[in-house]
Design a protein around this ligand. Sequence first.
Ligand SMILES: Nc1ncnc2c1ncn2[C@@H]1O[C@H](COP(=O)(O)OP(=O)(O)OP(=O)(O)O)[C@@H](O)[C@H]1O
Ligand SMILES: Cc1ncc(C[n+]2csc(CCOP(=O)(O)O)c2C)c(N)n1
Ligand SMILES: [Mg+2]
Length: 320
Amino acid sequence: MREAQAIQRLRRIATSPAALGLKDDTAVLDGLVLTHDSIAEGVHFLSTDTAASVGWKLVAVNLSDLAGKGATPAGALLSLALSGDDAWDMSFLDGVEAACESYGLPLLGGDTIALPPGAPRVFGLTAIGRAGERVPLRSGGKAGDVLWAIGTLGDSAAGLELLRLDPASTGPLVDVYRRPVPLIALGQALAPLANAMMDVSDGLLLDAMRMAEASGLSAEIDIDAIPLSRAFIAERSGDLTARLFAATGGDDYALLAAIPADIDPLRLSLPSGTTIARIGCLVAEGPRLALSSGESPVPLPEHLGHEHRSNSSAPMADRS
Ligand SMILES: Nc1ncnc2c1ncn2[C@@H]1O[C@H](COP(=O)(O)OP(=O)(O)OP(=O)(O)O)[C@@H](O)[C@H]1O
Ligand SMILES: Cc1ncc(C[n+]2csc(CCOP(=O)(O)O)c2C)c(N)n1
Ligand SMILES: [Mg+2]
């Protein structure tokens, strides 16, 4: 089954207004912003990744969903699966602790289980944030809004490719894959201005299409405007192929914001070193997502981003 099919079925269960129709990154309940993300070995991280980086990543990907709504971290619940390798599990918790401390996220509770020997590791975290004065939803975009990307794209996907070629790879791209940085302060600064905002975790093109869909609009993106880091360009160049890779690779934990055209977020005093780029706009007419380079249209790539899909092979022996 595909992720989208499962969520479609879940919509019939999640009928509370706080669930926002499961059409956003988070739920919003009584001034709290709620999210839950899991990470699994072989799906979100490699068995060769350090345990501390896996713990960090679990916290960071959840904080990124709070950042997308401009929320302030308020607490977390951890789902911990012990693997039987005590040193690994302890280092994992060191990584969880480091990320919680870095972003002021108090651990409030959770649950601990032990995995059967050899089972892939899977962890979950519920992050709770306090809503700011406005919570920009995916669905709030207006025709004429400018689309801004905050943070660079493609670094993590490029880091993963390096690690796939050589698990001993190091450098800034590998660091972004293993230890993403949630853009909490930037999310808080932009939320009051944005009509719509979300984090980019599955791939810019897929997430921009989701924002356009939720807002009942179309997104136009200038592929040449996508922000790339120096490390990414040094590794893969900034040509169209590299840009499409960056726009679809996912795992970025950047932000995508739709901001009225008469507001210039570059005028805000954003933290130094912030990358923020005008990458397109939302419009009322046209295909849901259109790409261009220079003045020319660019055909959509086959895959716009990452979508989970189960394979139906070999059920577990004791599941019959
Ligand atoms: N198993 C589930 N039970 C209930 N709701 C779910 C489940 N899986 C996903 N959802 C909901 O579906 C919506 C979309 O989920 P999705 O995972 O695509 O969003 P996201 O958390 O922003 O993505 P990402 O995991 O890439 O950050 C969210 O509202 C999420 O809470
Ligand atoms: C080992 C390994 N293989 C592939 C990927 C790529 N990847 C996996 S999940 C995901 C989207 C975000 O996940 P979710 O939607 O579950 O939050 C992406 C881009 C990876 N990170 N590690
Ligand atoms: Mg998200």
